[in-house]
Design a protein around this ligand. Sequence first.
Ligand code: ADP
Ligand code: MG
Length: 670
Amino acid sequence: MALIELKDIARHYQLGEIDVPALDGVSLSIEAGEFVAIMGQSGSGKSTLMNVLGCLDNPTSGSFHIDGQDASTLGADELAALRRERFGFIFQRYHLLPHLDARANAALPAVYAGVGQAARGDRARALLERLGLGERLHHRPNELSGGQQQRVSIARALMNGGQIILADEPTGALDSASGAEMLRLVRELNDRGHTIILVTHDATVAAHARRVIELRDGRVVADNGTPAGHVPPCELPSDAPPVQGGGPLRRLQVQWREAVATALLALKGNRLRTALSMLGISIGIASVVSIVALTTAARASIETDLSSLISGRIPVWRGNPSLPPGVVPQPFRPHEIDSLRALDGVKGITLNRQMQLTARHQSRDAMLEAIGGDANTLKARKLKLVEGRYLNAMDFESRSQVVVLDEKSRDALFKKGESAVGKLVFVNPGMAPDAGAQLPGAPPPPTAALPFTVVGVVAPEGGAFSFSGWLGQLYLPHTTFSRKLDARADVDNFDVLLDLTVPPQQVREQIIHRLKALHGREDFGTWNGEEEFRKFQNVTGAMAALFAGVAAISLLVGGVGVMNIMLVSVSERTREIGIRMAIGARQGDVRLQFLIEAVVLCCLGGLVGVALSWLAAQGVNAAQQQLHVNISWAALGVAFAVSSGVGLVFGTLPARRAAALSPVDALARE
Ligand code: ADP
Ligand code: MG
């Protein structure tokens, strides 16, 4: 059977309403080793025939067999394989890739055959040297003459073997000397065993061929056949490619490397555009990472602060808004409070005793809040000692007249820089305690100012929350407080301290149950910090998600920018896509190339974004001490992964569009 067998091939173009029959029932058979010229005037259908022969275009009807295989049954990938393994194309306008040098252009078909870089470089060099371009290996097409460019395209056609060379007007753009040289080379190839199909409108060019087929209006009007003297030499050209692609895995590896290299080259070729689309991704990634890091840091700070304040205690207070009018809530009596100490999960109980009073030191006096402190007060109120000492067991036991000031009250009573420790302050309760609640036998309420020795100064531990109110605070032993300032035994509020062996909610229920039984009604309130804290956490979590979402929108915008630029890139490089397909790139290869380009773009943008957010975190940390913003390696890794994901998602549409192009249409595009 003949190498190429066409039967009744028609190819019609639809131009609106008009049907243009570019080929109209062409039947041909070409043997291996033939040198055929297809002649005809411009518009006679030569290029259309060539595209059908080269599996770049599908005929409208008719059958086309190559080596006994029906081409119409082949899928896109199989046609690509046919182009890659059997055909070598030589175009009138050379169709070299402008950003690649001569050697890389010649080597390109081997990329799609899965040949390693070194092997394809060697073969490309050997081919170019044979074609007299040994000195021009690293010149780009625009640094080469027309004849030289056409020789590069011959080398490219031979790269994978080029059993069948399809040359469409190969001399059309060349001066006569280069044209003659070109024809000599083509003839030489034929002598080596390559089947040559050459399209020309020029009879003197056609004269070089052994067989001339003439087309007119899409029909064969003359075919002189191969002269009897010419016996097609052998089945395969004498210089079959010495390097053959490895298995599918090797091919994938070669393709990936090539795709990444191509992507970098393409991005480098368009620096400004690359930088701008990268910027979009960088801003997106940087804002997501910094906002997440910042809100995480803020949340952590607020939450540790808050949880140390509110966790581990259940405050109980007198009064309940749901009481019917006229009902007076009862204060808590000592035996009632003591009965709570026995409950499961209760570590202890802190009575909160406080009142407002005036204090004086020399000529300064101030309105302060006096607090009856116990051993737990410092911890419960998140205070730290800055000077002197805190109240000790002796003070509680002997009801000493000693006080610990906070910084506010110290500043109110003492001159700047003056040490308060060891000094006397005079405390005047000002308002007499509620006489009605006084137990019989207790000493009368003090009316004169009492002297107290300052033993220490405390300050908030730091953090967003503290108990410091409007007034300065003054801590004295709770025993002294109840003896000298407020002699009532009942209290209006107290804190139950939890040991957390029992869930706080359960302890709270027990407290309510017990006090309700004692008071006969629920005339008090309780508050479970744990529960409130959980609600608070939910709120801050939702806020953090909201912030991250807003930041993610900027990443989305960046992604859309990348998609836009990739679509532009696809339409600008349509011809490059056509060339790659003509020399054997599968749709998958083209898709991979553009996808990788988008991913590389986004990854670069992501790297910059990650670096920006890291710098921003360092800046924030350097500018203040309250909040430590920490960007973990994991976060950076995730950000990087997300940016490549963005590239993958937003690169898909452009890549699909590129891969869906038909080779002929893409090649025809200028
Ligand atoms: P040649 O290469 O011999 O000059 P072509 O094969 O390029 O001729 O074209 C044959 C006919 O088909 C011409 O009439 C041309 O106008 C028409 N033709 C070629 N390509 C297209 C196309 N893509 N769309 C519509 N008509 C086309
Ligand atoms: Mg043409």
